[in-house]
Write a protein that binds this ligand. Structure first.
Ligand code: HSE
Length: 300
Protein backbone atom coordinates (compact mmCIF):
# COMPACT_ATOMS: atom_id res chain seq x y z
CA UNK A 1 0.00 0.00 0.00
CA UNK A 2 1.83 3.18 -1.18
CA UNK A 3 1.44 6.37 0.75
CA UNK A 4 2.33 9.70 -0.80
CA UNK A 5 1.94 12.96 1.13
CA UNK A 6 1.67 16.29 -0.71
CA UNK A 7 1.74 19.70 1.00
CA UNK A 8 0.93 22.82 -1.02
CA UNK A 9 0.93 26.41 0.29
CA UNK A 10 -1.68 29.13 0.01
CA UNK A 11 -0.86 31.84 -2.51
CA UNK A 12 -1.90 35.43 -3.07
CA UNK A 13 -2.08 36.26 -6.77
CA UNK A 14 -2.09 39.58 -8.63
CA UNK A 15 -0.45 41.63 -5.82
CA UNK A 16 -2.17 44.75 -7.14
CA UNK A 17 -1.04 45.48 -10.70
CA UNK A 18 0.32 41.99 -11.53
CA UNK A 19 -3.02 40.67 -12.77
CA UNK A 20 -2.74 37.02 -13.84
CA UNK A 21 1.08 37.01 -13.60
CA UNK A 22 2.42 37.76 -10.09
CA UNK A 23 1.91 35.57 -7.03
CA UNK A 24 3.31 35.09 -3.55
CA UNK A 25 3.51 31.82 -1.58
CA UNK A 26 2.36 31.95 2.04
CA UNK A 27 3.40 29.71 4.92
CA UNK A 28 -0.13 28.27 5.15
CA UNK A 29 -0.64 24.70 4.00
CA UNK A 30 -3.07 22.10 2.74
CA UNK A 31 -1.91 18.51 3.05
CA UNK A 32 -3.21 15.43 1.21
CA UNK A 33 -2.27 11.76 1.61
CA UNK A 34 -2.68 9.44 -1.37
CA UNK A 35 -3.14 5.73 -0.72
CA UNK A 36 -3.60 3.05 -3.38
CA UNK A 37 -6.34 1.13 -1.63
CA UNK A 38 -9.96 0.00 -1.98
CA UNK A 39 -11.99 0.51 -5.14
CA UNK A 40 -12.72 3.64 -7.14
CA UNK A 41 -11.87 7.09 -5.85
CA UNK A 42 -12.68 8.03 -2.27
CA UNK A 43 -11.84 11.40 -0.76
CA UNK A 44 -11.90 12.29 2.94
CA UNK A 45 -11.78 15.97 3.90
CA UNK A 46 -10.82 17.41 7.28
CA UNK A 47 -10.70 21.11 8.13
CA UNK A 48 -11.69 23.77 5.57
CA UNK A 49 -14.31 22.42 3.16
CA UNK A 50 -15.11 19.30 5.25
CA UNK A 51 -18.82 20.05 4.94
CA UNK A 52 -18.92 21.10 1.31
CA UNK A 53 -16.27 19.49 -0.89
CA UNK A 54 -17.21 16.54 -3.13
CA UNK A 55 -15.82 13.18 -2.04
CA UNK A 56 -15.56 11.32 -5.34
CA UNK A 57 -14.05 11.77 -8.80
CA UNK A 58 -15.53 15.26 -9.01
CA UNK A 59 -13.33 16.41 -6.13
CA UNK A 60 -10.74 18.81 -7.63
CA UNK A 61 -7.76 16.90 -6.18
CA UNK A 62 -9.11 13.60 -7.52
CA UNK A 63 -9.94 15.11 -10.92
CA UNK A 64 -6.43 16.57 -11.24
CA UNK A 65 -4.88 13.23 -10.22
CA UNK A 66 -6.94 11.39 -12.83
CA UNK A 67 -5.98 14.02 -15.41
CA UNK A 68 -2.31 13.25 -14.81
CA UNK A 69 -2.91 9.50 -15.24
CA UNK A 70 -4.69 10.27 -18.52
CA UNK A 71 -2.05 12.78 -19.67
CA UNK A 72 0.76 10.25 -19.13
CA UNK A 73 -1.21 7.45 -20.83
CA UNK A 74 -1.34 5.49 -17.56
CA UNK A 75 -4.25 3.33 -16.42
CA UNK A 76 -6.16 4.94 -13.56
CA UNK A 77 -5.58 3.11 -10.26
CA UNK A 78 -8.07 0.42 -9.24
CA UNK A 79 -8.54 2.12 -5.89
CA UNK A 80 -7.36 5.54 -4.70
CA UNK A 81 -8.00 7.09 -1.29
CA UNK A 82 -7.15 10.75 -0.77
CA UNK A 83 -7.18 12.10 2.78
CA UNK A 84 -7.13 15.91 2.94
CA UNK A 85 -6.22 18.15 5.85
CA UNK A 86 -7.12 21.66 4.75
CA UNK A 87 -6.29 24.96 6.44
CA UNK A 88 -6.64 27.33 3.44
CA UNK A 89 -10.13 28.92 3.31
CA UNK A 90 -11.98 27.84 0.16
CA UNK A 91 -13.00 30.23 -2.58
CA UNK A 92 -11.31 33.10 -0.80
CA UNK A 93 -8.65 34.28 -3.25
CA UNK A 94 -5.91 32.40 -1.41
CA UNK A 95 -5.19 29.76 -4.02
CA UNK A 96 -7.14 26.85 -2.53
CA UNK A 97 -8.11 25.57 -5.98
CA UNK A 98 -4.54 25.84 -7.32
CA UNK A 99 -3.41 23.97 -4.19
CA UNK A 100 -5.98 21.23 -4.87
CA UNK A 101 -4.97 20.93 -8.53
CA UNK A 102 -1.28 20.70 -7.60
CA UNK A 103 -1.97 18.19 -4.85
CA UNK A 104 -3.73 15.92 -7.34
CA UNK A 105 -1.08 16.33 -10.05
CA UNK A 106 1.89 15.91 -7.69
CA UNK A 107 0.32 12.97 -5.81
CA UNK A 108 -0.44 11.06 -9.00
CA UNK A 109 2.95 11.95 -10.47
CA UNK A 110 4.76 10.46 -7.45
CA UNK A 111 2.53 7.34 -7.47
CA UNK A 112 3.65 6.82 -11.09
CA UNK A 113 7.35 7.32 -10.29
CA UNK A 114 7.57 11.04 -11.21
CA UNK A 115 7.31 10.84 -15.02
CA UNK A 116 6.64 14.60 -15.31
CA UNK A 117 9.04 17.41 -14.37
CA UNK A 118 7.91 20.30 -12.16
CA UNK A 119 7.75 22.53 -15.25
CA UNK A 120 5.40 20.05 -16.95
CA UNK A 121 3.30 19.90 -13.78
CA UNK A 122 3.05 23.71 -13.83
CA UNK A 123 1.83 23.68 -17.44
CA UNK A 124 -0.90 21.16 -16.59
CA UNK A 125 -1.89 23.16 -13.51
CA UNK A 126 -2.03 26.40 -15.50
CA UNK A 127 -4.20 24.72 -18.15
CA UNK A 128 -6.60 23.44 -15.49
CA UNK A 129 -6.68 26.82 -13.72
CA UNK A 130 -6.62 29.04 -16.82
CA UNK A 131 -3.76 31.21 -15.46
CA UNK A 132 -0.38 30.46 -13.83
CA UNK A 133 -0.22 33.10 -11.09
CA UNK A 134 -1.27 30.83 -8.19
CA UNK A 135 0.27 27.61 -9.50
CA UNK A 136 3.81 29.00 -9.95
CA UNK A 137 4.31 30.29 -6.37
CA UNK A 138 2.46 27.27 -4.94
CA UNK A 139 4.91 24.99 -6.73
CA UNK A 140 8.14 26.95 -6.26
CA UNK A 141 7.59 29.26 -3.24
CA UNK A 142 8.49 32.93 -2.80
CA UNK A 143 7.41 35.55 -5.32
CA UNK A 144 6.89 34.37 -8.88
CA UNK A 145 6.25 36.08 -12.18
CA UNK A 146 4.73 33.72 -14.72
CA UNK A 147 3.49 33.94 -18.30
CA UNK A 148 1.51 31.32 -20.21
CA UNK A 149 2.64 30.88 -23.79
CA UNK A 150 1.78 28.41 -26.51
CA UNK A 151 5.03 26.63 -25.58
CA UNK A 152 4.34 26.31 -21.86
CA UNK A 153 4.77 28.56 -18.86
CA UNK A 154 7.71 30.93 -18.60
CA UNK A 155 8.37 31.86 -14.99
CA UNK A 156 10.97 33.18 -12.61
CA UNK A 157 11.02 32.80 -8.85
CA UNK A 158 12.41 35.58 -6.68
CA UNK A 159 13.31 35.26 -3.02
CA UNK A 160 11.60 37.99 -1.02
CA UNK A 161 12.49 39.24 2.46
CA UNK A 162 10.04 38.79 5.33
CA UNK A 163 6.88 40.87 4.94
CA UNK A 164 4.34 41.72 7.65
CA UNK A 165 1.01 40.72 6.11
CA UNK A 166 -2.62 40.86 7.19
CA UNK A 167 -5.21 38.81 5.31
CA UNK A 168 -8.91 39.19 6.00
CA UNK A 169 -11.33 36.63 4.57
CA UNK A 170 -14.95 37.83 4.57
CA UNK A 171 -17.69 35.23 4.59
CA UNK A 172 -18.94 36.04 1.11
CA UNK A 173 -19.09 33.90 -1.97
CA UNK A 174 -17.40 35.41 -5.02
CA UNK A 175 -16.48 32.48 -7.29
CA UNK A 176 -13.45 33.19 -9.48
CA UNK A 177 -15.64 32.65 -12.55
CA UNK A 178 -18.00 35.44 -11.43
CA UNK A 179 -15.08 37.68 -10.44
CA UNK A 180 -13.58 37.20 -13.92
CA UNK A 181 -16.94 37.74 -15.62
CA UNK A 182 -17.09 41.17 -13.93
CA UNK A 183 -14.03 42.34 -15.86
CA UNK A 184 -14.26 44.24 -19.14
CA UNK A 185 -13.13 42.48 -22.31
CA UNK A 186 -11.16 45.57 -23.34
CA UNK A 187 -9.37 48.21 -21.30
CA UNK A 188 -8.12 51.70 -22.04
CA UNK A 189 -4.49 51.98 -23.09
CA UNK A 190 -3.83 54.30 -20.14
CA UNK A 191 -5.13 51.66 -17.71
CA UNK A 192 -2.92 49.00 -19.31
CA UNK A 193 0.09 51.32 -19.02
CA UNK A 194 -0.89 52.18 -15.43
CA UNK A 195 -0.65 48.49 -14.49
CA UNK A 196 2.32 47.34 -16.48
CA UNK A 197 4.49 50.25 -15.35
CA UNK A 198 3.60 49.57 -11.72
CA UNK A 199 3.92 45.79 -11.84
CA UNK A 200 7.63 45.92 -12.69
CA UNK A 201 8.19 48.27 -9.74
CA UNK A 202 6.09 46.08 -7.40
CA UNK A 203 8.48 43.22 -8.14
CA UNK A 204 11.49 45.41 -7.37
CA UNK A 205 9.83 46.82 -4.22
CA UNK A 206 9.07 43.32 -2.90
CA UNK A 207 12.48 41.94 -3.86
CA UNK A 208 14.32 44.72 -2.08
CA UNK A 209 11.78 45.21 0.76
CA UNK A 210 11.41 48.84 -0.28
CA UNK A 211 8.12 49.56 1.48
CA UNK A 212 8.08 53.23 0.46
CA UNK A 213 8.23 52.20 -3.18
CA UNK A 214 5.68 49.45 -2.65
CA UNK A 215 3.23 51.94 -1.17
CA UNK A 216 3.57 54.15 -4.24
CA UNK A 217 3.06 51.46 -6.88
CA UNK A 218 0.92 48.62 -5.44
CA UNK A 219 -2.20 49.82 -7.19
CA UNK A 220 -4.36 48.47 -9.96
CA UNK A 221 -6.82 49.53 -12.63
CA UNK A 222 -7.48 46.22 -14.39
CA UNK A 223 -9.45 44.20 -11.84
CA UNK A 224 -9.90 45.78 -8.42
CA UNK A 225 -12.14 48.68 -9.55
CA UNK A 226 -14.58 46.10 -10.98
CA UNK A 227 -14.38 43.55 -8.17
CA UNK A 228 -14.21 45.55 -4.95
CA UNK A 229 -17.76 46.95 -5.39
CA UNK A 230 -19.12 43.38 -5.64
CA UNK A 231 -17.99 42.55 -2.10
CA UNK A 232 -19.96 44.27 0.69
CA UNK A 233 -17.60 46.30 2.87
CA UNK A 234 -14.52 45.64 0.74
CA UNK A 235 -13.97 49.23 -0.35
CA UNK A 236 -14.38 50.39 3.26
CA UNK A 237 -12.04 47.63 4.48
CA UNK A 238 -9.47 48.61 1.86
CA UNK A 239 -9.61 52.23 3.03
CA UNK A 240 -9.61 51.17 6.70
CA UNK A 241 -6.36 49.25 6.21
CA UNK A 242 -4.73 52.32 4.61
CA UNK A 243 -6.09 54.58 7.37
CA UNK A 244 -4.63 52.16 9.95
CA UNK A 245 -1.18 52.62 8.40
CA UNK A 246 -0.99 49.90 5.73
CA UNK A 247 1.79 50.38 3.19
CA UNK A 248 -0.66 48.97 0.63
CA UNK A 249 -3.85 46.92 0.53
CA UNK A 250 -4.97 44.79 -2.40
CA UNK A 251 -7.52 42.19 -3.33
CA UNK A 252 -5.94 38.77 -2.84
CA UNK A 253 -6.33 36.97 -6.18
CA UNK A 254 -9.89 37.36 -7.40
CA UNK A 255 -11.06 38.05 -3.83
CA UNK A 256 -13.06 38.28 -1.72
CA UNK A 257 -10.08 38.38 0.69
CA UNK A 258 -7.94 41.47 1.13
CA UNK A 259 -4.18 41.42 1.70
CA UNK A 260 -2.53 44.35 3.45
CA UNK A 261 1.19 44.98 3.89
CA UNK A 262 2.24 46.48 7.23
CA UNK A 263 5.38 48.36 8.23
CA UNK A 264 5.63 46.34 11.45
CA UNK A 265 2.76 44.70 13.35
CA UNK A 266 0.05 43.59 10.88
CA UNK A 267 -2.58 42.97 13.58
CA UNK A 268 -4.00 46.54 13.71
CA UNK A 269 -4.54 46.36 9.94
CA UNK A 270 -6.36 43.05 10.31
CA UNK A 271 -8.54 44.51 13.08
CA UNK A 272 -9.40 47.57 10.98
CA UNK A 273 -10.41 45.44 7.98
CA UNK A 274 -12.42 43.05 10.17
CA UNK A 275 -14.34 45.98 11.68
CA UNK A 276 -15.14 47.39 8.22
CA UNK A 277 -16.49 44.07 6.96
CA UNK A 278 -18.49 43.61 10.15
CA UNK A 279 -19.95 47.11 9.76
CA UNK A 280 -21.14 46.01 6.30
CA UNK A 281 -22.82 42.97 7.84
CA UNK A 282 -20.23 40.34 6.86
CA UNK A 283 -18.46 38.14 9.32
CA UNK A 284 -14.81 37.74 8.49
CA UNK A 285 -11.69 35.95 9.66
CA UNK A 286 -8.28 37.55 10.05
CA UNK A 287 -4.87 35.94 9.55
CA UNK A 288 -1.30 37.23 9.68
CA UNK A 289 0.61 34.78 7.44
CA UNK A 290 4.26 35.03 6.51
CA UNK A 291 5.80 34.46 3.09
CA UNK A 292 6.89 30.89 2.35
CA UNK A 293 10.27 30.66 0.61
CA UNK A 294 9.41 27.08 -0.35
CA UNK A 295 6.62 25.67 -2.45
CA UNK A 296 4.92 22.27 -2.69
CA UNK A 297 6.49 19.33 -0.87
CA UNK A 298 6.04 15.69 -1.84
CA UNK A 299 7.12 12.79 0.36
CA UNK A 300 6.75 9.02 0.23
N1 HSE B 1 -5.39 36.15 -11.44
C1 HSE B 1 -6.62 35.47 -11.15
C2 HSE B 1 -7.74 36.47 -11.12
C3 HSE B 1 -6.49 34.79 -9.82
O1 HSE B 1 -7.55 37.55 -10.57
O2 HSE B 1 -8.81 36.18 -11.65
C4 HSE B 1 -7.69 33.94 -9.53
O3 HSE B 1 -7.33 32.92 -8.67
Amino acid sequence: MSLVRVRVPATSANLGPGFDCLGLALDWWNEADFVLDGEGVQVEVHGEGAESLPLGRDNLIAAAALRLYQHTGSAAPHGLRIICNNTIPLGSGLGSSAAAVLQGLLGANRLLGDPLSMDQILVLAAELEGHPDNGAPALFGGLTAAVMTSNGVIYRRLAVPALALAVVVPQFSLPTRAARAALPAQVALEDAVFNLSRSTLVVEALRSADLDLLGQVMDDRLHQPYRLPLIPGAQAAHQAALDAGAVACVLSGAGPSLLAVARSDPRPLAAAMLAAFQAAGLSARAFTPVVSPIGAQVSG
